[in-house]
Design a protein. Structure first.
Length: 244
């Protein structure tokens, strides 16, 4: 049976990532350290080179693909719905700067929308729609391998909702320039909307995941840690109800 392999890559490091600032919808470039880190990863690990590339339209994702694959003369299809969450008035600030803001604490505790931003559920619904549309486009091409470059929150949301094995969102956090490989089996996808999470990405030259590539556990870089498994299930139920 024909299956499709997709590599989800989180963009390289930005200055905001480095110092712990929220940069969801702020369209920042990679920092120099982030570019150099991507170059080191490219030299050390096997970044698969398929024919299909999809990306968030934000600079940090486009620039990440340029560093990792620019010498391949790739054609990148941007997907607007794969943008990172709009954190509104929290953009550019650190958790320490926001800790006394009642709106921030309400967002952390309940996922309500930041002032001038998106709620967690609105963000997740947008990501689900964009991820589903992208999978559909990949299946239509017949190409069996693709890369999607996106953001930490986007990858966590997509895999928490669509990924097997079912895990909480924080289990799918990825370091900059790294991510996960998933497999889409068309029959399973059509019936249940689920994908298999095969491994972390990239794999080392030996064919085994490198032990230094571990999920990020820094809550400052994870504005979605208040999601619970029940929220993911309700989201998926509502998504199916509204989009079938």
């Amino acid at each position: 049976m024909k299956t499709y392999t997709i590599h989800l890559i989180r963009h390289g490091m930005t200055e905001g990532n480095k110092v712990g600032r929220y940069v969801g919808s702020t369209d920042v470039s990679l920092c120099n350290e982030g570019i150099e880190e991507l170059k080191r990863l490219k030299e050390k690990y096997n970044y698969r080179k398929p024919k299909l590339f999809f990306s968030s339209p934000m600079k940090r994702c486009i620039e990440t693909l340029d560093v990792l694959y620019g010498d391949e003369n790739i054609d990148v299809m941007t997907v607007d719905g794969l943008r990172e969450c709009n954190l509104g008035d929290f953009e550019g600030k650190t958790a320490e700067e926001l800790v006394d803001d009642p709106c921030y604490m309400d967002w952390v505790s309940h996922g309500t929308a930041p002032t001038n931003g998106e709620s967690n559920k609105d963000f997740a619904t947008r990501v689900c729609t964009a991820f589903t549309d992208t999978i559909r486009e990949i299946l239509k091409t017949g190409e069996t391998e693709a890369v999607i470059c996106a953001h930490g929150g986007v990858i966590m949301t997509a895999l928490a909702v669509f990924g097997l094995p079912e895990r909480k969102m924080t289990d799918y956090m990825a370091n900059n320039g790294r991510g996960f490989t998933i497999r889409v089996t068309p029959g399973v996808w059509m019936r249940s909307g689920m994908v298999e999470v095969l491994s972390e990405f990239p794999l080392g030259s030996s064919g085994e995941p490198d032990n230094s590539i571990n999920p990020v556990k820094n809550s400052k870089e994870n504005p979605f840690e208040n999601y619970q498994q029940e929220d993911q299930q309700i989201l998926w139920q509502n998504y199916n109800k509204n989009n079938n």
